[in-house]
Design a protein around this ligand. Sequence first.
Ligand SMILES: Cc1cc2nc3c(=O)[nH]c(=O)nc-3n(C[C@H](O)[C@H](O)[C@H](O)COP(=O)(O)OP(=O)(O)OC[C@H]3O[C@@H](n4cnc5c(N)ncnc54)[C@H](O)[C@@H]3O)c2cc1C
Length: 292
Amino acid sequence: MTNDSKALKAFTTFRIGGKPLFYSRPENYSELFDALRLCRKRELDFKILGGGSNILVDDTGLRFGVIHICSPGFGWIEYAGNNRLRIGGGVSLRAMLRYCKENGLGGAEFLAGIPGTVGGAIAGNAGAHGLSVGSLVKYVTVVDKRRYRLSGEDIDFSYRSVRGLEGAVITEAELELSPRSPELIEEQIKNNIAGKKAAQPTGKPNAGCIFKNPGEKSAGRLLDLCGFKGRVRGGVRVSGDHANFICNHRRGSARDVFFMIKEMKKVVKEEFGIDLELEIKHWKGQENAKVA
Ligand SMILES: Cc1cc2nc3c(=O)[nH]c(=O)nc-3n(C[C@H](O)[C@H](O)[C@H](O)COP(=O)(O)OP(=O)(O)OC[C@H]3O[C@@H](n4cnc5c(N)ncnc54)[C@H](O)[C@@H]3O)c2cc1C
């Protein structure tokens, strides 16, 4: 646990985010328990960071520390038999898919092109093409005051939302896949990545879709109809390819993103009577703690 922590922009795909109260990157369970114990003892608030690809972190006034699950101690993968994979919470989805391909384990290809870690994907039930990671989960190992295993059936996974894992650190998971030829897996992965590249912005830092799709409607389409594509606010710009993506165009600030989000919500509500719900998580500093 260090106090001379780096600004979180170093760890977010948005390249935005200020300094947390402390930064901890536990190498193993023992160090993770130490960090959590210290937080409890000193009554420090903390957040869990994975690949930083689904968060907007304010630039100043962060009154919490960060526990980063990304070290090799949480980065292992092993075959558990019966087409099941045991995997550390810090493994990137990309590395997981490489393992799946090499070992002929299919069923997770829909995750191709989604950045971040297994822990982050499970925490937000990441997915695409109508499928989400929760459907693969047999068990999740979590840590709070102790370490324990939860059955996937006891976790409530819904569209980009999870109930039953609140506040716990996801350290491991067991996923159920199915046998498939490496060639077929590779082809599916390539197709999915190509589809994403064609529809989403590349090159400028972003955090994926800002809003969840409201019901059957597409948030991106609604925002497009409201004329948001290409709109600029300070250093951020709504993608010209996909109106649900805000890109950090020119050293944008969390405030720039935050005001763009407020504007998007307001206009979509006025035009369509729909309340857009954030898909990204907003880690607020003190100034924004009371707004939105
Ligand atoms: C270009 C781009 C495309 C994307 N496309 C998609 C897509 O198609 N579908 C989709 O669902 N998402 C997409 N995303 C969003 C993002 O990649 C996913 O939500 C991803 O699963 C987040 O994982 P992460 O490790 O980066 O989590 P982070 O951003 O680090 O954290 C996200 C949340 O998960 C929690 N968390 C992270 N790790 C853990 C852990 N080990 N234990 C407990 N909680 C944890 C954090 O506290 C936070 O609340 C995209 C993002 C980008 C930048």
